[in-house]
Design a protein around this ligand. Structure first.
Ligand SMILES: Cc1cc2nc3c(=O)[nH]c(=O)nc-3n(C[C@H](O)[C@H](O)[C@H](O)COP(=O)(O)OP(=O)(O)OC[C@H]3O[C@@H](n4cnc5c(N)ncnc54)[C@H](O)[C@@H]3O)c2cc1C
Length: 428
């Protein structure tokens, strides 16, 4: 069935992808976004990587120990801001519970299929929209400074091949042959030929333009403040500009979705994972392929003539302030991989920050809530919201159109923690 009135809360990359696909199916879509068309936030600040190679969820064996080791250094790529918060403790406990080999084995094929489906959407959009968002389909290099780092990446490459994701382990000389433009100090790397990259602000502009062309109404500067519930249905959202009614509601508010859900008694465990990006408008050299500086957890992406570095996962409250120590950490780690890139090259870098919406098990929340007949979630994508955005939008549009979802979505249920808690309560 088509032609429903769909209200999307939040116009980040995920909200825009949801709007695009819903409009594509013939629904009448309104996006309510409290920011301006040109705004900050993670959908603009990100590294623009499209990564079928990222099938290992954040919650994986060793992550808690690594996090604890890194926590004490102000310049490390990971930090948990200590604070007395029941939500943070609960989230940490859930990460610890999820960080098992079994979870990784279950989640990896799900993430692989989602990334590959998204990549196909990006390819189609790039062809159709005159590559307005600078999509470059040339793969990604995971660069390793140390032999130990290379061994770890080689294990990921082995896992990737088992899952049917191409991955080649390379010596330093082989990496240099793929990427001759920058002198590197590395032990070697892994090449993932099916990864890609794009320019995030251009993607956001293209999605805003295309959705508008399809009749989607984008209401900027409009804050969603509450909900009107009619029995088992949501009837309207209360906004700063008055109530807006619809037949279907989709929660795409990034990290703010947790608070908006709580107003309805829904539990979407999430913490903000603050990240930073530094963009050099005129870099001394421009790589042709995007890269991950593996040990440093820093992404490097050519964007047109500019070069962006993105990194750091600072688990914080909702706080978008810039912490200079984290910026120093990124700049120092870049110099360790690329001796010709010195701190002076970053003197005029444009620095942006964004809060990634991080679920405890590293999987997004995509699907309908059981408690309401017309409310769905599309959030919790953490460091993968761009890469998983198009398929998330497509899945939501299929669900709202009463079609069979084109990818497996059981593991993405927005009710998964509520259900687990109910069954624990029953067992107690
Ligand atoms: C440094 C960095 C690098 C990254 N690199 C990559 C990468 O290479 N590849 C990748 O796939 N991902 C990457 N990510 C992650 C990616 O950016 C996020 O997963 C993605 O942007 C999340 O999009 P979203 O639409 O869910 O949330 P957001 O972008 O946060 O959008 C949510 C929107 O909802 C609006 N909103 C919230 N509450 C309300 C309300 N009450 N009323 C109205 N509007 C509201 C907000 O204003 C916001 O615009 C990176 C992130 C960072 C920070």
């Amino acid at each position: 069935m088509t032609g429903k009135r769909v209200l999307v809360v939040g116009g980040g990359v995920v909200g825009l992808c949801v709007a695009y696909w819903c409009a594509h199916k013939g629904h009448r879509v309104v996006i309510v976004e409290r920011g301006a068309p040109e705004r900050e936030g993670c959908s603009f600040a990100n590294a623009g990587l499209v990564v079928p190679s990222h099938f290992v969820p954040l919650a994986s064996p060793g992550i808690v120990q690594l996090g604890l080791r890194w926590m004490w250094s102000p310049e490390s790529p990971f930090h948990v801001e200590p604070r007395l918060s029941a939500d943070l403790l609960d989230w940490g406990w859930k990460v610890w519970r999820a960080a098992t080999r079994e979870h990784v084995e279950r989640a990896a094929p799900v993430l692989r299929d989602l990334h590959l489906a998204s990549r196909a959407c990006f390819q189609e959009w790039a062809a159709r929209w005159d590559n307005a968002f600078e999509f470059v389909d040339k793969g990604l290099l995971a660069l390793c400074r140390t032999e130990r780092g290379l061994e770890e990446e080689a294990q990921v490459a082995g896992f990737a091949r088992r899952l049917g994701v191409a991955a080649d382990v390379l010596s330093a000389a082989q990496v240099a042959a793929i990427e001759p433009s920058l002198r590197m100090s590395i032990a070697g790397g892994v090449y993932f030929p099916r990864d890609a990259h794009l320019t995030p602000s251009r993607l956001m502009n293209a999605l805003q333009r295309e959705t508008q062309r399809m009749g989607v109404q984008m209401r900027h500067h409009t804050d969603v403040r509450g909900w009107r519930v009619d029995g088992d249905r949501v009837g309207a959202v209360h906004t700063s500009a008055g109530p807006v009614e619809a037949d279907e509601f989709v929660l795409c508010g990034g990290i703010w979705s947790a608070g908006l859900g709580r107003q309805l008694g829904l539990r979407l465990p999430m913490q903000a994972g603050k990240g930073y990006s530094l963009t050099l408008a005129s870099p001394p050299a421009l790589p042709g392929v995007c890269a991950l500086l593996s040990e440093a957890r820093v992404a490097m992406t050519p964007m047109g003539g500019a070069l962006r570095f993105g990194g750091t996962m600072e688990i914080t409250d909702i706080d978008e302030r810039i912490n200079p120590a984290r910026i120093r950490g990124i700049v120092k780690s870049v110099g360790r991989y690329f001796p010709d890139l010195t701190p002076s090259h970053f003197a005029n870098a444009s620095v942006r920050t964004g809060l990634r919406p991080c679920s405890p098990d590293g999987l997004p929340y995509v699907g309908r809530f059981g408690r309401f007949a017309n409310l769905s979630a599309a959030t919790g994508h953490a460091m993968l919201g761009v890469s998983l955005g198009p398929i998330t939008g497509k899945l939501i549009a299929e669900i709202l159109s009463d079609e069979r979802p084109s990818c497996a979505i059981a593991a993405l249920s927005p009710d998964r923690y509520a259900e687990r808690e109910r069954s624990l309560e029953r067992a107690a």
